[in-house]
Design a protein around this ligand. Structure first.
Ligand SMILES: Nc1nc(O)c(N)c(N[C@@H]2O[C@H](COP(=O)(O)O)[C@@H](O)[C@H]2O)n1
Length: 336
């Protein structure tokens, strides 16, 4: 249940919005083609398919079915009949899984997705949705959009990390969530270097064959119940062409301001690491930032009572963290 305080009202003219993937910022949508992913050596066409597959770590055949779809909308539709078999903690972990999917999309499409994200400058990003006010926001008659806009907020979070700590994003750990499996195997860490090697070495169709996937026919438009026909056609047009594995060349917030200080974004990751004691040097290596930057963040964490400083030698530990806790995006951002 999302509390009322999590809803935001955005003035359309001040925002970057996207609904159709063909729009200028349509690449921000999980439905956008042209941002292929490779996780555990498995080719996945869109972040939507990856996200939907994560519902079913215990049902590898359903995961196969989802990731075999060329159209992201069809991938989503294929997951629908099995939704009541989603992992039991799905509602608790889905935001964190989406955060991870977006990081995977960025690390594997560094130039193209990174450019698109940065081109949104410091404007609010909002998924304009006809009826989903959790991931997006729904337009009203006053040229506003109202919703929790979790996807937009995760994208803004990612944009701030990209601006302020790009090195941190050059490797992606799987989120600290139990049983995060893809086709029965634990999800692996990704790094920018490995990604570019994979992209040169792996031929998409071979990968699909290796894991026994059949490309399943597109679902008929009539089966698609939650998106308009025009958008589905656009998705299908875009995704009928299998994208090659090459890099494609291709805050002045609204009246309810949000805080996107990199510290608040990093804090949950820091707390997660500080489940066990770490020194500044350890953390600098883990986060791939300078020790002074880590020291600064730790001091802020100590002031907030989130982190405890230990002495002789100096090291730090989180004051409280549950390892499997969902990253508190929604709490973190409610300092307005
Ligand atoms: N293009 C599009 N059409 C819809 O009808 C949608 N609901 C969305 N939202 C995207 O769907 C994903 C969330 O799926 P679940 O409802 O959690 O299964 C997420 O990628 C939203 O951005 N998009």
């Amino acid at each position: 249940m999302v509390s009322a305080s999590q809803y935001r009202t955005y003035n359309r003219q001040e925002c970057i919005t996207f609904r159709k993937t063909s729009e200028p910022f349509g690449g921000l949508s999980n439905m956008a083609g042209g941002y292929p992913l490779l996780v555990n050596g498995i080719s996945i066409l869109t972040s939507e398919a990856l996200y939907q597959a994560c519902r079913f770590p215990h049902l590898p055949d359903v995961q196969k079915l989802i990731i075999a779809q060329r159209s992201p909308m069809t991938a989503k539709m294929k997951s629908k009949p099995y939704r009541n078999q989603s992992r039991p903690d799905w509602d608790k972990v889905r935001v964190n899984i989406m955060r991870w999917c977006l990081r995977v999309k960025l690390i594997q499409n560094w130039e193209r997705f990174g450019k698109l994200l940065l081109s949104t400058q410091d404007k609010p990003i909002v998924e304009d949705s006809p009826k989903d006010n959790f991931w997006g926001a729904i337009p009203n008659d006053s040229n506003q959009l109202i919703g929790v806009n979790v996807l937009g907020r995760l994208l803004m979070e990612l944009r701030e990390l990209l601006k302020q700590s790009p090195d941190f994003l050059k490797s992606v750990e799987p989120p600290a969530i139990s049983d995060l499996l893809l086709l029965d195997k634990p999800i692996e860490r990704l790094s920018l270097k490995e990604v570019s090697i994979h992209k040169h070495e792996i031929n998409k169709s071979q990968t699909q064959e290796q894991i026994g996937l059949e490309l399943v026919e597109e679902t008929k438009l009539a089966q698609v119940d939650d998106q308009n026909e025009e958008q589905v056609k656009e998705d299908q047009r875009q995704n009928n062409v299998i994208q090659p594995y090459q890099e494609q060349k291709s805050i002045n917030f609204n009246h309810l301001p949000e805080v996107y200080d990199a510290f608040y974004i990093i804090l949950p990751y820091l707390e997660q690491q500080l489940h066990t004691e770490h020194t500044i040097q350890d953390l600098a290596e883990i986060f791939k930032v300078r020790p002074v930057q880590i020291k600064d963040w730790l001091e802020q964490g100590v002031k907030l009572g989130k982190i405890k400083k230990l002495s002789k030698p100096v090291r730090y530990i989180s004051t409280s963290i549950s390892k499997n806790e969902e990253m508190p995006l929604l709490d973190l951002l409610k300092s307005e």
